[in-house]
Design a protein around this ligand. Structure first.
Ligand code: SF4
Length: 178
């Protein structure tokens, strides 16, 4: 894995912060799943890409165990203040777009990769869950939290800044590659 090339590719796709990801440092935690089950985001049991449909923690651990490393990518936005909802929405949209572009490019290089995004799957205006199979199983991606990861911890464990200062917002995604 050539991290420099991956970083350049991620920058081309629109991300503005990066870091190498050590698969051995990932901890898939039941506490995170409990937070999902509290359903504050109203996605629990509403999407193929969210718990419980996205897979058990055991399945996540088993899947991650096939990799040693990958890349962490971030969209870091400077907001006007903590009420800058337009800035937050814009950053979320930029992150989704950059993620989808990078996912497409990496799929050609690492067809067996394990991508983990930020937020729920928003590919379809309405998810088919649970009445019909996922429309795009090759594109639907669970978030890092849905996988059971504490994003701030993954960042600090891998030397990637999570808090970028006053009135900033960082969306983070991960790709396990090899
Ligand atoms: S791709 Fe569509 S059907 Fe599949 S999880 Fe995402 S929103 Fe749901």
């Amino acid at each position: 894995m050539d991290y420099g090339k991956l970083q350049a590719l991620a920058a081309e796709c629109g991300f503005n912060n990066f870091g190498e990801l050590d698969a051995a440092k990932l901890e898939f935690l039941p506490e995170v799943r409990e937070m999902c089950a509290a359903d504050k985001c109203h996605m629990y049991n509403h999407s193929w890409a969210c718990p419980p449909a996205c897979g058990t923690l055991g399945e996540m651990r088993e899947r991650a165990a096939k990799y040693t490393r990958g890349i962490l990518v971030q969209t870091v936005a400077q907001l006007e203040d903590s009420f800058d909802f337009e800035g937050m929405t814009d950053a979320a949209a930029r992150h989704k777009e950059a993620f989808e572009t990078l996912r497409g490019k990496l799929a050609g290089l690492y067809p067996e990769m394990f991508p983990m995004g930020a937020g729920g799957c928003a590919i379809c205006p309405e998810c088919t869950y649970p009445d019909a199979p996922c429309r795009f199983p090759d594109r639907a991606v669970a978030s890092m939290e849905a996988c059971g990861l504490v994003v701030s911890r993954v960042c600090s464990d891998n030397g990637v800044k999570y808090n970028h200062g006053k009135d900033t917002l960082a969306y983070t995604a991960a790709f396990l590659l090899e």
